[in-house]
Write a protein that binds this ligand. Structure first.
Ligand SMILES: Cc1cc2nc3c(=O)[nH]c(=O)nc-3n(C[C@H](O)[C@H](O)[C@H](O)COP(=O)(O)OP(=O)(O)OC[C@H]3O[C@@H](n4cnc5c(N)ncnc54)[C@H](O)[C@@H]3O)c2cc1C
Length: 298
């Protein structure tokens, strides 16, 4: 929308459906402008409607598979972008906003209970559990421990369930968790099943002990999964510089290591994985693209 309003001819290429993770999130309670909250699908539809109003063209169910930087007389002249349809699109600039994917446990019941007790973001969904008796955090790395500590302000008891024989987060975080009166840690547990109650909401998490095969059941109204986040950057095949976790590195102007290629949102190194910030980064990057095009092409 920002690019189109800057009079740039703008094409969105979307592998799945426009709206990304927002479109498949049940509800947003922290997106500005909606004091009562808004359903993710409705918000995504509104985004698409508003972009269409400014003439943004949208290709859905089409992936971007790569790009080539083009030069004329030794200077940057644009990009040639390859699509999964086999078509090639010429562009003067490219904004990478391919997001990232939260890893899932793959345990039975998980798919059905996402948004009904299973969550991937404590900042987003933790407040729903104010006053809850038990919640569990799956994953004992830095994210799991940090988010687990954060969740103690809502739930009476937070249990961290870790697959390996030790917590993996920093020593400082481990100490904080181990000394916290509301937190417990269980190790060597592999999640087998998420069990729903009669209302179709999460009731408990079943595990087995990887050393003894002993089953356990943890009653929980919420389970927060922090077993990793993979940026959707595989398709780039090293075409731009990534950080140590494979997120796209940018400068303060949102430009990547390749001239004319920008990045914003969850795929960008240092992004906060929040919708409001992803939208803000997209707007800021579009304005930087405008400056870049003015400098390069006049
Ligand atoms: C379950 C859940 C709940 C959440 N709740 C909240 C919340 O309450 N509040 C909040 O602020 N944030 C929340 N978030 C996070 C928020 O949704 C993200 O921060 C935001 O959607 C990131 O936007 P994005 O555009 O950077 O990436 P995404 O939304 O991930 O969009 C990236 C898009 O790129 C597409 N894509 C990937 N690769 C390609 C390719 N090669 N070619 C073409 N298209 C491609 C994908 O299909 C996807 O549609 C939640 C996330 C999840 C998963």
């Amino acid at each position: 929308m920002y690019a189109a309003r800057e009079n740039l001819s703008t094409l969105i290429v979307e592998k799945s459906a426009v709206g990304g993770q927002a479109g498949v999130t049940e509800r947003f309670d922290n997106y500005p402008g909606f004091p009562e909250g808004i359903g993710g699908a409705e918000l995504a539809a509104r985004f698409a409607q508003q972009a269409s109003r400014y003439g943004v063209e949208m290709l859905q169910a089409v992936s971007v598979e790569g790009f080539i930087r083009e030069e004329m007389d030794g200077a940057y002249s644009g990009l040639s972008v390859t699509l999964s349809t086999g078509a090639t699109v010429r562009a003067n600039a490219l904004l990478l906003a391919t997001g990232s994917t939260y890893r899932r446990t793959g345990a039975a019941g998980e798919e059905d209970l996402i948004g009904a007790g299973i969550h991937f973001c404590a900042t987003c969904d933790g407040p729903f559990y104010k006053g809850a008796e038990n919640i569990v955090v799956l994953g004992g790395g830095n994210s799991g421990l940090e988010e687990g500590l954060f969740l103690t302000q809502f739930a009476q008891r937070v249990t961290v369930i870790e697959r390996s024989g030790q917590l993996l987060g920093s020593k400082l975080l481990q100490e904080k968790v181990q000394n916290h009166p509301q937190m417990a840690v269980v190790l060597n547990q592999s999640v087998q099943r998420f069990v729903a109650n009669e209302q179709g909401k999460l009731a408990s998490v079943e595990t087995i002990d990887l050393r003894t095969d002993m089953p356990s059941s943890f009653p929980a109204s919420g389970a927060f999964v922090f077993i990793g986040l993979d940026p959707n950057t595989q398709w780039l095949n090293g075409a731009v510089e990534l950080d140590g976790r494979n997120f796209v590195a940018t400068d303060q102007m949102f430009q990547t290591s390749v001239e004319g290629v920008f990045a914003a949102g969850d795929v960008r190194a240092g992004s906060t994985k929040q919708l409001a910030s992803a939208v803000g980064e997209g707007a800021a990057a579009a304005i930087q693209i405008r400056y870049f095009l003015d400098r390069r092409f006049g």
